[in-house]
Each structure stands twice: as C-alpha cells, then as structure tokens.
Ligand binder design. Structure first.
Ligand SMILES: [Zn+2]
Length: 556
C-alpha cells in the first residue's frame, strides 16, 4: 500500500506538485545503535518521502499528522542488518547450482551429484559447491575417478565450502589440459596421485586451471542469480552487504537492476582485484548511486588461503600437517604494489588474511603505507581469523577494521583446534581482544560459505556457542562481545567499514529508513532464541521489500 502511494506521488510530481507524503511508523518497540555505541530505544519513526528518517519518536512524544501510517501493533523493530563480507553473485549462483553442504559422507555426495546430473540432462556442465571433506566420514579429499563413476559424460566442477578448493571429474580435467607434467601455479596446488597425475582436487589459485574452461554465465544468468541473491539476503533481514570481490560483469548486473528499479538491497562493492576495481571505478571510488544503494568503495585482495584446506599462511607449521605452513597468494612485494596502486587513487583496501603469518605481514604493509596514504582510509582486514596475540595491539594504530564472521568461529572450532593445536588459539577469532586493543570490528557471514543469517551471527558473537549448544559456556568465552557490540557489528560498524555511516545502519534522523519487524525482542532473547529470530517484514528506504507472509526464500 505505502509503496504504491509513494510511487504514485513521485510520478505525479512531473505534472503537479503534491504535498510530500510522510509515513508514520508507530506503536513499536524499537532499538538502534546510537551515536556513541550504546542502544537507543524508540516507539515510532516518521519517514520522509525520500526514504530518510525525519523524526524518531520516544515514549510520550506527540505523534505528528502524516499522510500514511504503518501500525506496528506493538511489534519489535530493529535496523536492517549489514553483512560486511559476502559474495553476492555467488549467493545467487549457489541457489542455481548443486548444494553439497549437507552431505555427511563421500558416498552421500556422489549419490547427490548423480541424481542432480540426471535431473538436469540439458546442463553442459554440472556445477556445484559446498562439499567439506572434514564433515565426511572418510575425512579425505575425493578424486576425479570417484566422480567419473556418477557423471562420466559431462564435465563436473564442484567448489569446496570455503571456495579454496575445487573438485573436477576426468572430462573437466581433459578440457583443462592439466596433466602430470603441469606445474603447480604460484599460490596454488594440484593434488596428485601416483605418477604425478592430477587427482581431481585443485587448491587455491590452481582452481583457475579448471575454472577458466567453464563457460562464463550470460548476463541474463547473472540477472537471475542477482534476483535470487537479493531475495535470500532480505529473507534473513540483511538490507546491505559488502560484496567482497565484484567483477565488472557483476557490477553491470547491479547497474542493470538499479536502472530497472529492481535494486532492493544496498551494496558496498569491492572490485575483484585491481583490474576489476579500475574497470568499475575508473579514476576512483564511484559515487553513491540509486539513493545510496550502490557504491564501488575499493578493492578486495588476498593474502592467503583458508584454514580448512591448509591454505592459510601460518608462522609455524600446521599441527596436523608437519612441515606445512600454508600458502601465500600474494607476496609482500606484490601486496605493496597492489595496495599502492589502489591507495593512490583513494580506493579503500580490503585484504583477506586468515593465518597468523598473513595477518602479521598485512599489518606490516598497512603500517608502512599508512603514513604516505594518510587521511580517512579505513584499512580492512577480511577475516583476521588467526592473529598472533602479539600482533593484536597493531590493529589500533591506524584504526584498522577487522571484518570478521562470528559463525566461522562456531563452525570451524574443532577444525581450528586440529590445525593449530592447543597453544596457538589465543588470537583465534579474537573479537573482544581486537576491540579492547582499539581495533574496529565489522561482522558478516562470508556467504555463501555460511548462510547469510545475521541472527545466527549475533547469537554466536555473544555466546561463542554453536547451534548444537556446544561447547557449554562458550569456546574461549573471554572473546565474546556484548549484545550492544554485536548489534553494532551488524549495523553501525558495518556502515562505517563501508563508508556508509550517516547514510544507513542506524535508525536516526537523516539516515535511510532501513528496518525490520521481527518476532521477538533481540535485546532480551537468550542466544539460542536470538538465533531463531523470525524476520517478519523488511523495509529499505521506507519501502516494504520483503514480507515473510507472502515472499518465499529461494532454494536450489
Ligand atoms: Zn569471502
């Protein structure tokens, strides 16, 4: 209703000048992060025609007369949530391809792959993702030969859950041209069997050897994937996200949606490497487009791989793989060149660093560059998962933002213990320590690696207890954050990390009216109840964009 009337008044304004139509949202129990990191509560909002908040009403305030009214019926209202690290197009593509994330054995995965291939006889490639050998009873990497047993007629390419390894069948290997004599590329590894033949699994940059022969998705495929992604994010109450690795094709799909009026979520974009950054942004970061819905902020770079595939770069060898210290994707020299190239034109820099060696080396690079590239830079370390406790204080000096994913802690806990051993966990997923040291935090999901569910993230952030209730009392509970900090991590701090502070992230006068109706009081719910919060309705810029009673979350 509201949406229809608002659109009507905008189209009329071409021929006449109607009175601006404010909307009153009242009768709510509202919360938002205030200007100082505390929590402000409110009972209503007045939203101007431009989608910005005009007035915040508190108990006892007189309600203004407005053209439109949304009766909150006593329900709980909170800011739209910001996912500070996701892969937007991959979320949509994942909903279009085979999902192996729930398989508990290799045999189960193979059965699912075979069934999927039979159900999609028209697909020239069978594509999927989400497998994790750590969750399989076999606990080892699969092989091409095993895959050939279920799909032999067409190429198959299946990404591991963290995107840091891929699994091919023999058809895909033949198309890629990779053989026993192919050398491992820098920053990657070809898993091999007897005689040096590729086994079918490719780690980190070696994945490109196969991925490059997969036909690129067409623009219409990307538009469809983006539509799915937007609906998935909104269904979880996410109204804005940082897209960590935007290609020029992704950006064009975002722009097509913006031009068509179908861009619903807000995207803070980070180009996939310098090349995409420059193609998209040209001489510098873009302006905010489409009423603060889209901006190219900067670049996403990679230091190392991930812990699960032992690609994270560690100072000392892995506890469960003697002599192995992981892989650096970017050398110190390359990193400085790439960072200077971006910083010179004032692009924001966001670098993936998971292992303690990668984090230390990145901190050193930032410390070296910050005096030259001064001003408001908001250097971001993506993941900052395993940091040597001796390096944690280094986050404070240049206001470095640790962009972290609370659910990684609960998902990866046992794997991290195995990879690192008991004596190297002091700086693992160390949210509280980074804050206490003067660093800044922003929280996200890394979707599609994890579900883009901020309520699961909020629960993990304040409890360090997984959805299974383990471990009781929380894993390294001293690293929990307060509920206020967790909410800020998914709202105001996420906006700050993406140069969107003052535009959205808080329900205060002048910011965009991005808010959720949810079914419980998130400031009072226990962590396990908080994780089960149901999003009822989602408003972006004062417009209803998701209604759980009517809209359905897409599934693969
Ligand atoms: Zn990521």
């Amino acid at each position: 209703m509201i949406r229809k009337f608002a659109a009507f008044s905008i189209s009329l304004s071409l021929v006449a000048t109607p009175a601006m139509a404010d909307t009153l949202v009242d009768n709510v129990i509202g919360v938002t992060v205030d200007g100082t990191g505390g929590i402000d509560t409110f009972t209503g909002l007045v939203i101007a025609d431009d989608g910005r908040i005009k007035t915040v009403l508190h108990r006892g305030d007189k309600k203004p007369k407005t053209s439109f009214r949304i009766d909150g019926k006593g329900r709980f209202v909170m800011p739209g949530l910001i996912d500070s690290h996701s892969h937007v197009m991959s979320v949509g593509m994942a909903a279009m391809t085979l999902d192996l994330s729930n398989t508990r054995s290799l045999a189960e995965a193979l059965a699912a792959i075979g069934a999927y291939a039979r159900a999609h006889p028209d697909r020239p490639w069978i594509l999927g993702r989400g497998w994790n050998q750590e969750l399989w009873s076999e606990k080892r990497f699969p092989t091409a030969t095993e895959l050939d047993g279920v799909v032999g007629d067409r190429p198959v390419w299946l990404e591991r859950v963290d995107g840091h390894a891929g699994w091919a069948n023999s058809r895909a290997l033949a198309l890629s041209g990779v053989t026993a004599v192919t050398r491992d590329p820098a920053g990657g590894k070809i898993e091999r069997i007897a005689g040096g033949k590729p086994s079918g699994v490719f780690i980190d940059t070696a994945q490109d050897l196969v991925a490059k022969v997969i036909p690129a998705p067409r623009p219409e495929d990307l538009d469809y994937a983006f539509d799915l992604a937007q609906r998935i994010f909104l269904s979880y109450g996410v109204t804005a996200t940082a897209d960590m690795g935007t290609s020029i094709e992704d950006w064009q799909a975002f722009r097509r949606a913006g031009d068509a009026g179908t861009l619903k979520i807000r995207i803070m974009s980070y180009g996939a490497g310098i090349e995409n950054m420059a193609l998209i942004g040209g001489p510098g970061p873009s302006r905010w487009l489409y009423d603060d819905k889209l901006r190219l902020n900067g670049v996403k770079l990679y230091m190392d791989g991930a812990l699960g595939s032992r690609g994270a770069s560690l100072k000392l060898p892995y506890s469960d793989a003697p002599g192995v210290k992981g892989l650096r994707i970017t050398s110190d020299t390359q990193l400085r060149n790439l960072m200077s190239r971006a910083a010179l034109d004032h692009f924001q820099i966001a670098v993936h660093a998971i292992g303690d060696e990668a984090n230390a080396a990145l901190l050193s690079a930032i410390e070296e560059m910050a005096p030259t590239y001064n001003g408001d830079r908001r250097w971001r370390i993506e993941h900052a998962q395993i940091v040597d406790p001796a390096d944690i204080t280094r986050f404070s000096k240049y206001g470095i933002i640790a962009s972290m994913q609370p659910v990684h802690q609960t998902s990866d806990r046992l794997m991290a213990e195995a990879r690192l051993g008991p004596n190297r966990l002091g700086g693992a997923y160390a949210w509280h320590s980074i804050l206490a040291a003067g660093g800044k935090l922003a929280f996200g999901s890394d979707a599609p690696v994890e579900l883009p569910d901020p309520f699961a993230g909020l629960a993990a952030a304040i409890s360090r207890v997984g959805p299974d209730g383990e471990p009781a009392g929380g894993w390294m509970p001293q690293e929990r954050v307060t509920r206020e900090q967790a909410l800020a991590g998914y709202t105001a701090w996420g906006a700050y990390a993406g140069f969107a502070d003052g535009r959205f992230g808080r329900l205060v006068v002048g910011e965009r009216a991005d808010f959720l109706f949810v079914d419980r009081d998130v400031m009072l719910a226990s962590p396990s109840q908080l994780a089960k919060t149901v999003v009822l309705q989602v408003y972006v810029g004062g417009q209803l964009v998701w209604d759980t009673a009517k809209d359905k979350r897409p599934t693969p």
